[in-house]
Design a protein around this ligand. Structure first.
Ligand code: GDP
Ligand code: MG
Length: 166
């Protein structure tokens, strides 16, 4: 089985870090600076039971309506059109207006996995459940996986959940 997965989210949530972690290579540029990934970056992962094609997207640009941002958004929309699963990546404990705008752009019928990244930064773990409830009230998610892309924590759970969706 081959699964096509788009990784979406506002800039800086850790999409490129996650892609690198998923494929075990530094294929996508990771930066503190937003908008480092201007083009779609694709990575392939082959496991015994499944193969994945991951597409790291430039963050949806929700602030300025200029030509470059429009082109980038179109690129993300195209990436979404023909994938099996969408990873919607956000930061643990922090759901912003930009996150909400990206969420609104996801097709209604898409299988969306809510990836709550940077859990290593969440000092008070008791905040995680109410945070999940808050985000879950905005849309139905096929799966919800908290993880740390940087440290690799729980990334295997994301892979297992995705295989189950193919
Ligand atoms: P992108 O814009 O969504 O592709 O985000 P990047 O992958 O470029 O990451 C943005 C910043 O967040 C970088 O400084 C990363 O090192 C950092 N980052 C990514 N994942 C994690 C994580 O799991 N934990 C922490 N603490 N930082 C992370
Ligand atoms: Mg990136």
């Amino acid at each position: 089985r081959t699964g096509f997965v788009a990784i979406v989210g506002r800039p800086n949530v850790g999409k490129s870090t996650l892609l690198n972690r998923l494929i075990g290579q530094k294929i996508s540029i990771v930066s503190r600076k937003a908008q480092t990934t201007r083009h779609r970056v694709t990575g392939i992962r082959s496991d015994e039971d499944a193969q994945f094609v991951f597409v790291d997207t430039p963050g949806f640009q929700t602030r300025h309506r200029n030509a470059l941002n429009r082109t980038m958004n179109r690129s993300v929309t195209q990436a979404l059109a023909d994938v099996d699963v969408v990873f919607f990546v956000i930061e643990a404990g922090r759901f912003t207006e930009d996150d909400r705008k990206v969420l609104e752009l996801l097709p209604e019928d898409a299988k969306v996995v809510l990836v709550i990244n940077k859990i290593d930064r969440l000092k008070d773990k008791a905040r995680l459940l109410p945070f999940i409830d808050e985000v879950r009230s905005l849309r139905e998610f096929t799966e919800i996986v908290p993880l740390s892309a940087e440290r690799g924590a729980n990334v295997d759970a994301l892979v297992r959940a995705t295989v189950a969706l193919l």
